[in-house]
Write a protein that binds this ligand. Structure first.
Ligand SMILES: O=C([O-])C(=O)C[C@H](O)[C@@H](O)C(=O)[O-]
Ligand SMILES: [Mg+2]
Length: 447
């Protein structure tokens, strides 16, 4: 293939770690360190492109297997490079096909599309070559210049119950930073966190991570959020841990308080998650979002044919950036709504979310991000910022960020202090509930 675009001369895969709070979800408790893989690609014009995707030893191995398939090719071939690596790279064993349907973290690596990190770095380089922001190269080009972000609230455990090395930031001058690692197991503490987040980032909408306490207690927190922030779109996400019958009961009287609900229930008693979600919609009339029952195009076919979901949270790290935007286009054409799920991430992924959302057409929903728990740990010299509840898309070419290699190598040093890079939210739970085991139908603190 003849291409006059620059030739790729190097691709580095750098596993990194950063600090996190003891956040709770159905999967358990976040560890003190979260991990990510950073990809840095250089071309013979002297430009550098970056990408980021989930951490974990298998994902590092997958990315490393891509190197010989990427180096030596031209950046203009970015689309065929991405499809080639997906089909020819290392494939980890043990995929039982459950994907994210149970929020079992051992399945996460099979849902992650590691090639997104390469796609992103190549788009960054292509954008720099053409003098265009990445969102101009996705779908039908840039659709908006600001992307709305929601405030993602988590119950957070008391890390002093463990001897794990969680950060203590309680003496920070920044109100939100002083709160974000502290215990938040009550409605009052969640509301306090929401106010601090709103003050710092300007969030207008909120999502509460459920699947932690008894559903009635979580709904009380949702009610308090709506009372304190009456104009906010409010959502709760118990990751499918409630039975259909529980979900219907918890949601009685919640229309008008909950704007929509994310994965309230999932597969049970011989019925698929998509069938159960359809029945939930019939019973409650609530709009539902998912990042669990439409995680690939085949699942989406069944979800759409049963009209089981209204909002598909097509995280670009699970769909690739072009796949996520393609989903945005289909949803918009069909009168449905695009959004994105997230996990812990650095500022390179913040740019991935922002550019994907900027290229998704129509009336999209506010994006998730865990970034507020990571803010301050930058791998770039000029991270995108969340202000007034939005991220503004920069006019600069590519992602509009410049990687800080010193910071990346420091985050790599931190990563190398870990015995292994895979996420395991069961470890910290053992300090709270000895012998705790993941159960996809039991909120993590209910045993
Ligand atoms: O929307 C979601 O389902 C998530 O954000 C799932 C994640 O696993 C989240 O709960 C986390 O990373 O703890
Ligand atoms: Mg979710």
């Amino acid at each position: 293939m003849l291409s006059k675009t620059p030739v790729i001369t190097d691709m580095k895969v750098i596993p990194c770690a950063g600090y996190d709070s003891m956040l709770l979800s159905l999967s358990g408790a976040h560890s003190p360190l979260f991990t990510r893989n950073i990809v840095v690609i250089t071309d013979n014009s002297g430009n550098t492109g970056v990408g980021e995707v989930h951490g974990g030893d298998d994902i590092t191995k997958i990315l490393e297997s891509y190197v010989p398939l990427v180096v030596g090719r031209t950046i203009g071939e970015y689309k065929s490079i991405v499809s080639c690596i997906r089909n020819n790279g290392y494939v980890p064993g043990g995929n039982d096909g459950q994907g994210l349907q149970k929020l079992d973290l051992s399945n996460l690596k099979f849902v992650v599309h590691a090639e997104t990190a390469v796609e992103c770095a190549l788009l960054d380089l292509m954008g720099k070559f053409l003098g265009l922001p990445v969102c101009e190269l996705l779908g039908d080009g840039q659709q908006r210049d600001k992307v709305v972000i929601l405030g993602y609230l988590f119950y957070c455990q008391d890390h002093t119950k463990t001897d794990m090395k969680y950060l203590d930031e309680s003496d920070s001058d920044d109100k939100w930073f002083s709160l974000r690692r502290r215990t938040a197991m009550t409605t009052d503490r969640i509301v306090e966190n929401a106010y601090a987040m709103k003050e710092k980032y300007g969030f207008k909408d909120f999502k509460l991570k459920g699947g932690v306490l008894n559903g009635w207690e979580e709904m009380e927190t949702v009610r308090a959020l709506k009372k304190n922030f009456p104009d906010a779109r409010i959502n709760i996400d118990p990751n499918g841990s409630w039975t259909l019958e529980q979900a219907i009961r918890y949601c009685q009287g919640m229309n008008g308080i909950l704007t929509y609900i994310e994965d309230p229930c999932g597969e049970e008693r011989g019925f698929s998650g998509r069938e159960i979600m359809r029945e939930f919609k019939n019973a409650t009339g609530l709009q539902v979002a998912t990042n669990m029952i439409a995680t690939d195009w085949r699942q989406f076919y069944h979800a759409a044919s049963q009209t089981a979901v209204d909002i598909v949270l097509a995280d670009p790290h699970f769909w690739t950036m072009s796949g996520s935007v393609r989903m945005g286009q289909v949803l918009n054409d069909w009168g449905l709504t695009w959004g994105s799920h997230s996990n812990n991430h650095f500022d390179i992924s913040l740019a991935i979310f922002a550019h994907s959302a900027a290229a998704a057409p129509g009336n999209i929903t506010a994006l998730d991000t865990h970034y507020v728990y990571q803010d301050g740990q930058y791998l770039t010299k000029n991270p995108m910022e969340i202000r007034n509840g939005v991220i503004e898309i920069r006019k600069e070419p590519g992602l509009g960020i410049e990687v800080d290699m010193d910071a990346v190598m420091k985050a790599n040093e931190l990563y190398r202090t870990l015995p292994y890079g895979d996420r395991n939210d069961g470890v910290a739970m053992q300090y709270l509930i000895p012998g705790w085991k993941f159960d996809h139908k039991k909120p993590c603190m209910v045993r």
